[in-house]
Design a protein around this ligand. Structure first.
Ligand code: PLP
Length: 362
């Protein structure tokens, strides 16, 4: 099959077509080396260039200031849930977490293995339909850091701006599902991390941006691979990294730069999301549970009047070439994930399908 369809998958997700085409060629022969990208040593010249360019392009794309290290790790954001507190949270100290749903919950649970967790704000009581406001947030006495999930992939909520941590605490962010979909002021953060497989690459590589002054010896004895310092000192080459993951991610950075960078991605994301939310607001067959001021530009959540119709919606949409619309297994309903490489035309096609479906089933 050579025809590609609209892929609304929440991750791994759609990648830019020019990147896929280039990868096809480089799989056979990278930079006229006679060796494909999958087959190069991570210690060789060809890969050295791949990783150096990926880092330089990432820095240029996001304006990452000096004084921050970029690490290309494995284990997903789920590994960062424990690696971060393992390195930075002493047994007798507290970290503050903002709870906006399942991913925040997982991050908190893992931090609990190392220190104490204080839930500074939570939207759980309201079914995770909004992002807690500063007035709803109550910091602990002296937290080491404040952790938040910038976009909640499952519930479809997104912070408009980053929270301001109390004095003395630094900001940590799981940005797995919106990193590089809009400009980011890295200087406001101690650590930002995210798996590449949503907005900027394939599964298998996790980007961690960490402020250099935090890279002191960790607060406890840790195995070598668990120390951020190890990876910072070795340029993410202490062991074999995800070479292909880093290669594709690097090519996506080049694509993002060529397409106009993060401000342009923010504009496109807003335009794509608007197509869906404007339609949802203008009809009464579907419901959109997220409070308008907290709506995600990455994952648009909606449902029909019944679980049975939701199922039919997902199945019939797939037949029309609109794939991956089922909501997370814990949430039900539908979820349209519209990351960087997802085209506006796909959102328009979805709205047109939604209109037909509502007319037939309403
Ligand atoms: C997808 C996702 C994760 C999990 O990432 P893995 O790479 O599967 O570990 C964590 N946090 C958020 C916000 C996500 O969207």
């Amino acid at each position: 099959m050579t025809k590609r369809i609209y892929n609304f998958s929440p991750g791994p997700a759609v990648l830019p077509e020019p990147v896929l085409r280039e990868a096809q060629e480089d799989l056979w022969d990278l930079a006229e080396s006679g060796i494909g990208v999958l087959e190069h040593s991570h210690r060789g010249k060809a890969f050295e260039r791949v990783i150096a360019e990926a880092e330089a392009d990432c820095r240029a794309l996001a304006g990452i200031p000096d004084g921050y290290e970029l690490l290309f790790l494995q284990g997903g954001a789920s590994t960062q849930f424990f690696m971060l507190p393992a390195n930075f949270l002493p047994d007798d100290r507290v970290a503050d977490y903002l709870d906006t749903g399942a991913w925040s919950q997982k991050a908190m649970q893992e931090a609990g293995y190392y220190g104490s967790v204080h839930v500074a704000a939570s939207s759980k009581a309201g079914g995770y339909r909004h992002i807690p406001a500063p007035e709803e947030t109550h910091w602990s006495e002296r937290p080491v850091y404040v952790h938040f999930t910038s976009n909640n992939t499952i519930f479809g909520t997104q912070f408009r701006t980053e929270p301001t941590p109390p004095p003395g605490a630094w900001l940590a962010c799981d940005a797995s599902s919106d990193l590089f979909s809009r400009p980011i002021d890295v200087a406001k953060y101690g650590v930002v991390y995210g798996g590449a497989q949503k907005n900027f690459g394939p599964a298998g590589v996790t980007l961690v941006v960490v402020r250099e002054d935090l890279l002191q010896p960790p607060v406890r004895e840790l195995p070598t691979m668990l120390r951020y310092r190890t990876h910072a000192e070795q340029g993410s080459l202490y062991n074999t990294p995800s070479t292909f993951g880093i290669y594709v991610m690097g090519r996506v950075f080049k694509w993002l730069l060529a397409e106009g960078g993060l401000a342009e991605m923010e504009r496109r994301s807003a335009a794509k999301a608007r197509v869906l939310y404007d339609y949802l607001d203008a009809q009464d067959f579907y419901t959109a549970p997220v409070r308008p001021d907290s709506r995600s530009h990455m994952n648009v959540i909606f449902r029909t009047p019944s679980a049975e119709l939701d199922k039919r919606f997902v199945a019939e949409a797939a037949k029309q070439g609109l794939d991956g619309l089922a909501g997370h297994r814990s949430a039900g309903g539908m979820r349209a994930s519209i990351y960087n490489a997802f085209p506006l035309a796909g959102c328009e096609a979805l709205v047109s399908f939604m209109k037909d479906f509502a007319a037939k089933n309403g």
